[in-house]
Design a protein around this ligand. Structure first.
Ligand code: SF4
Length: 215
């Protein structure tokens, strides 16, 4: 098998594959189906998670090869499982320590929204100033359906859904851009998701289930 990638390119962005750990086992997750591969990249870092310096080095090497529009924390795992490393990488960028990257370079977090429960504190103040935008895979406004679709570990089942909602609200007040996402083929009430986005004045992205299959 090819060497595991710490960073990989997709759609003009550079993705940071920070961890394979995840508190959920979403019914739509492609990592199982694709055996930890993504467009020829091996994203399996389950046996060894490098430290922030290795990622900073990898980003520095990529920018020398070619530019990208955004850095996105999103691999086959939940990035906030490694919040400290994520913040170290962002801090290095904000401090202008990566040659070729402006200190205000766009940084996004793709997450299932469970970062507060994972880290046992409100992490939004730490994200503020560190990342610009967050994309949260919410998928439904129905707590029961959320349990079914996200399939969280037992310790996240009781408080998970409400914690994700609170995380979304806090992000909407503190970050430049907050987006909730959902798939159109999971039977969720999309009107309710649209209503939440409207209420909080945030973006919503409904992704096609077919599009996911074709990724
Ligand atoms: S949060 Fe992402 S990595 Fe984790 S199971 Fe869901 S889709 Fe897969």
């Amino acid at each position: 098998m090819n060497t595991a990638k710490l960073v990989y390119r997709y759609n003009d962005s550079l993705y940071i594959n920070l961890t394979n750990q995840c508190p959920t086992k979403c019914v739509f997750c492609i990592k199982y189906l694709w055996k930890m591969q993504f467009h020829g990249y091996n994203l399996d870092i389950s046996k060894f998670e490098p430290n922030a310096d290795a990622y900073i080095d990898a980003i520095g090497k990529e920018i020398k090869i070619a530019g990208f529009n955004e850095i996105i924390f999103c691999g086959y795992g939940e990035p906030t499982m490694r919040l400290a490393e994520m913040l170290k990488i962002s801090s290095a960028i904000r401090a202008g320590k990566i040659v070729g990257l402006q200190s205000d370079f766009k940084i996004r977090l793709n997450t299932n929204g469970l970062g507060n429960l994972i880290n046992k504190r409100n992490i939004v103040p730490e994200l503020k100033g560190s990342i610009n935008s967050v994309s949260i895979s919410l998928n439904t406004m129905d707590p029961r359906q959320w349990l079914h679709l996200m399939n969280p570990l037992s310790e996240y089942r009781e408080e998970g859904f409400l914690s994700v909602l609170q995380f979304i609200k806090d992000c909407s007040k503190n970050l430049d851009k907050t987006t909730i996402t959902a798939l159109d083929n999971l039977g969720a009430d999309l009107e309710k998701l649209n209503a939440l986005a409207k209420e909080l004045n945030i973006d919503i992205r409904i992704r096609s289930g077919l599009e996911i299959k074709k990724l």
